[in-house]
Write a protein that binds this ligand. Structure first.
Ligand SMILES: Nc1ncnc2c1ncn2[C@@H]1O[C@H](COP(=O)(O)OP(=O)(O)O)[C@@H](O)[C@H]1O
Ligand SMILES: [Mg+2]
Length: 296
């Protein structure tokens, strides 16, 4: 029997889809003979007592979830997500560097420094990348700091706003699609496949409206063996450049094959969505986290 800690924040447990997923995971763990506890920030000191830690909270090197990951690693507690994966995936510049070094196909991408936010640079980028271009703040998640720029003015305005969050930003060629492929990968193996639909009249899977509301589309689960040729290979190559933990790879399908939009650590796993047709994912997560410890 192993002891699993699930590290959560208040917002994790306030999402019913996420909580239901954690309930399913806990049920599977108990069925396999393990004990499961939810750990909050105040329980951080207990992490060394556990065999494994599963983090379900926003992982940024500046967040407490990162401290939890480091604490687990220091005490040889198996952890999802490991601190290295968090550091790489929470900085898109770092993440794209890994992908580029390993020849993973990505949209044509440029890194722009603060001093490069000029009219001349905008013209140069439009000439190289076409119109519109996509701008991203390096630590964006849930599509929050990813925007389009179609004019020089828009480029300067958005880039200046984003550069307040970091000393550099990402500019990218726009790749149109009706949905994002999402491939979940654990320990170099495909865990689930799904499609995140892009709502009509939008271009991101999730849009934050100015009145605080959000617009998203349905999630469609795909059996792993029904994935189109080339998708899984491309996603595995992407995570292979980063680590062996749990990742969610976003990809776009083009006439020239698949391209990787990003590799996420701490990928969303919601009941009824990512587990729709890949319901064994909870057991596989538990076996990854706890079986190896049991063999010690
Ligand atoms: N180069 C691109 N072309 C078209 N759409 C993009 C591009 N990059 C990102 N997007 C879309 O924007 C959304 C968020 O982008 P992503 O890079 O995954 O940032 P985040 O980490 O905030 O999720 C996704 O729906 C993605 O498909
Ligand atoms: Mg994304």
């Amino acid at each position: 029997m192993g002891q699993l800690g699930i590290y959560v924040e208040r917002y994790t447990i306030s999402s019913s889809e996420e909580m239901n997923a954690l309930m399913r995971l806990s049920q599977v763990a108990r069925k396999l003979g393990h004990r499961v506890d939810f750990l909050f920030r105040a329980d951080m000191y207990k992490i060394p007592e556990y065999d494994a830690l599963y983090i379900r909270a926003l992982t940024d090197p500046l967040n407490s979830a990162y401290v939890a990951a480091r604490t687990a690693e220091m005490h040889n507690v198996k952890v999802i997500d490991d601190p290295d994966s968090i550091r790489i995936c929470c900085d898109k510049v770092n993440m794209y560097e890994h992908l580029i070094t390993h020849d993973v196909p990505i949209p044509d991408t440029r890194v722009i420094g603060r001093e490069e936010i000029t009219v001349e640079k905008a013209k140069e980028l439009f000439a190289i990348l076409g119109k519109p271009i996509i701008l991203k703040a390096p630590n964006s998640s849930f599509s929050r700091y990813v925007e389009k720029a179609s004019t020089v003015d828009e480029f300067v305005k958005v880039a200046k706003r984003f550069v307040r969050r970091a000393d550099r930003i990402v500019a990218q060629r726009f790749v149109k699609s009706a949905f994002d492929w999402r491939v979940g990968i654990l320990n170099d193996e495909v865990l689930y496949v799904c499609q995140y639909t892009i709502p009509k009249k939008h271009w991101k899977i999730l849009t934050h409206l100015s009145d605080g509301r959000t617009v998203d589309g349905p999630v469609k689960g795909i059996p792993i063996d029904k994935a189109p040729e080339g998708l899984l290979e491309c996603a595995l190559k992407a995570t292979g450049s980063i680590g062996t933990g749990l990742y969610g790879v976003d990809l776009k399908q083009t006439d020239n094959g698949f391209i990787v939009i990003e590799v996420n650590d701490n990928p969303t796993i919601n009941a009824g969505e990512e587990d729709q047709v890949n319901s064994d994912l909870y057991e596989r997560l538990i076996r990854y986290l706890l079986d190896i410890n049991n063999e010690k």
